[in-house]
Design a protein around this ligand. Sequence first.
Ligand code: AHR
Length: 661
Amino acid sequence: MRKIGAMLTAMAFATGMSAQTHVFDVNTSKIGGAIPSTMYGIFFEDINYAADGGLYGELVKNRSFEFPQHFMGWKAFGKFELKNDGPFNKNPHYVRLNDSGHTDKFTGLENEGFFGIGYKKDADYRFTVWARTPYGDGDVTVRVLFCDPSTMGERQQFSESKIVVSGKEWKKYEVVIKANKTVDKGTLRLMLTRNSKTVDLEHISLFPVDVYKGDENGLRKDLAEALEQMKPGVFRFPGGCIVEGTDLATRYQWKNSVGQVENRPLNENRWHYTFDYRFFPDYYQSYGLGFYEYFRLSEQIGAEPLPVLSVGLSCEFQNGDKRCDKHVDVDQLQPYIDDVLDLIEFANGDPEKNSWAKLRADMGHPAPFNLKYVAIGNEQWGAIYPENLKPFIEQVRKKYPNIKIIGTSGPDSEGDKFDYLWPEMRKLGADLVDEHFYRNEQWFLNSGNRYDNYKRGKGQPKVFAGEYACHGKGKKWNHFNAALMEAAFMTDLERNADVVEMATYAPLFAHVDGWQWRPDAIWYDNLRSFNSCSYYVQQLYSLNKGTNMISLTMNGKPVAGNDGQDGLFASAAFDKNTSEYIIKIVNTGDKDQKVTLNLKGLKKGEHKGTKITFHSDNPIAENTLDNPKAVIPVTSSLSINGASQEVTAAAKTFVIYRFSK
Ligand code: AHR
C-alpha cells in the first residue's frame, strides 16, 4: 500500500498534478440572491496624471497661465508680458505678445505639454485660443506650429497653420490642423510674424479632434474606451485623498469644476507633493475634467456615478486626527454640507427650480443624471470623523431620503481604526461602508472568507470595497500573480453579493512618465496605452458577473483557499439575462488540480458555452506599452455533458466556465 501511495505521489509530481480530486458542489437548481449591478466598478482619482495629461483630452499644460509660476510648461521668447486682467475672473492671467523690435528676432510661446505632446500622423487637432489686439491697431497673425524638438531634420515644425486676430474684444479663435508626423514628445509653438502688432492670448488649448464620443471638452479616446470595455457598474470619483486635499484649501471643490471651462479655477494637486522620491512640481488640476464630464462619462459607459465629497477634514495622514485648524469644526460645516446637497441638485434637480440643476442643463444635459449614491469622506478616522459625518447624514436624509450614503472604515483593512469605525457607521445609519485594502499576496490568500461572516440583513450597512489592489511583496508593480490574487479574493465578493454591494480596484490610471503610485489598472504614454493584468481580472468579473449567486461548496464549505483546498478559490453565478451558469475557479497554487464539478440539478444533455482562461507561465509577467498583450484572457468553446464534469484547474490560472441552462 505504502509503495503504491509513493508511486502515485511521484506521478503527481511528475505531471505537476495534485493526486486529489476536489469535488465542487454547485447547486444549479437553486438560484440565490441578486448580485448588484454595481458590483464591479471603477475608481478614478487624479493621481499619476490621470486627469490632466491622461483621460482629459487637453494637450496643453497650464493653458491659462494660472500655475503659481505662470510660465511653467511654457517657454516664452521675444517681447512678452504676463497680464492679470483677462476676461475670465477666476483665471485672470494671460499673455501679451509684442513685436520683437527686430526683423531677425521672434516673439512667441512654446508649450511642452504633459511629458511632451503626442501627435499622430494624419490625425486632426483642434487649436483654440481667446485673443484680442489690445490697441485695436490692426490684425495680428499668429503662426501655430506643431514641433518635434528632438528631430535631426531641417525643420522642427512638421505642421503649421495660423489664426488672424482682429479687434479689441476678446474672442475665441479656432483652427483644425492635421499632424503630418507621429511624434510622442512634441511641442506646440506660437509665433508672431515679423513687424507684428500686439496681441493678447488666453486659454491656449489643443485637443485631438477624435476624442471619446466626439464630445466638446472631450476625453482621450483610447482611455475612455478602455473604461467602457470594462462595463463598470459603478464609477467612484474624484478620489481618494484628493477629495480631502493636503489642506482644506486644496481639497477637491466640485463647484469649481463645473461651468465654463475657461473659468474653472486651478487647484494644486494633492499628489504634487506626497512622495519626494516621485515628485512632480508641475502637478495641478485644471478641473477641465470636472463633475459635468464625470457624470456624462458615467452615463456613457453605463455606470452608476458615486461621487465622494469632503467631510471637512483634510488628509489625516498629513494633518492628524485631532481637532485643529486643518479640519473644520462641526459648527462650521454648513458650507461643506451644502456642497453635498447642491451636488445632488446639480445631478438630479429640476432646472426650473434649482440654479445648480439649471447649470447642468445649460452645460448640455437638461435630463437628470439619476445620482443614487454619495460618499462623504475618504480615508478618515478617529472620533472627528463620525462627529463631522453626523450632520451630513441628517441633512441629506431629510432632503433626499432615497440617496444612499457611504461612510468609511478608514485606510486599513482591519485594526483599531477599522474596528472603531464600523460600529460608528452602524450607529449613524450609513447605507454602505467603504473599505480599503492595498495588501500583499499573503493577505489576499488569507482573505478568501473575509465577508462570509459579516453581519447581514436588514439595517446592516453594505460593504463598498472602494479601493483595493494586491501590492506584491517586493514586487509592487502590475504583474500576473498580483492580478491572480485579486481574482482569487474576488470570489469572496461574489459569493457574498448580499453583503458586498460594490467594489472598485484602485487606482485606475497612470502615465508612464508621471506616476506616483502603482500598481494601476491602465497605463499610457502620450500615444499608446495598455491594460494591466489587474484590468483584465476586473473586466473578466464584470463581463461575467451574472445576476444571481448560486451556491458552490466543497465538503459543505466555501472554496476560499482554506486548508485542504490546495490554493483553490471558486464562486458561481447565474445570469438571468442569458440563462447561463458562470463558474469561476482560481488556482493560486503551482500544481494543476483535478476538480469534479457536481452540477446538482443541471438538465441532462449537452450545455454549450465558453471557457475563458487567464494564465501566464511567468508569475511576474506584465503587459507593457511595447508588449501590451503579453498576458490576456483566452476564450475557447465549451461543452458540458451531464451533471458531473471533470475539469482541470491549471496551476496559476483563473478560469471561467460559462454554459447554458
Ligand atoms: O489610491 C491612492 C490612494 O490610496 C488614495 O488616494 C487613498 O484613498 C488611498 O490611501
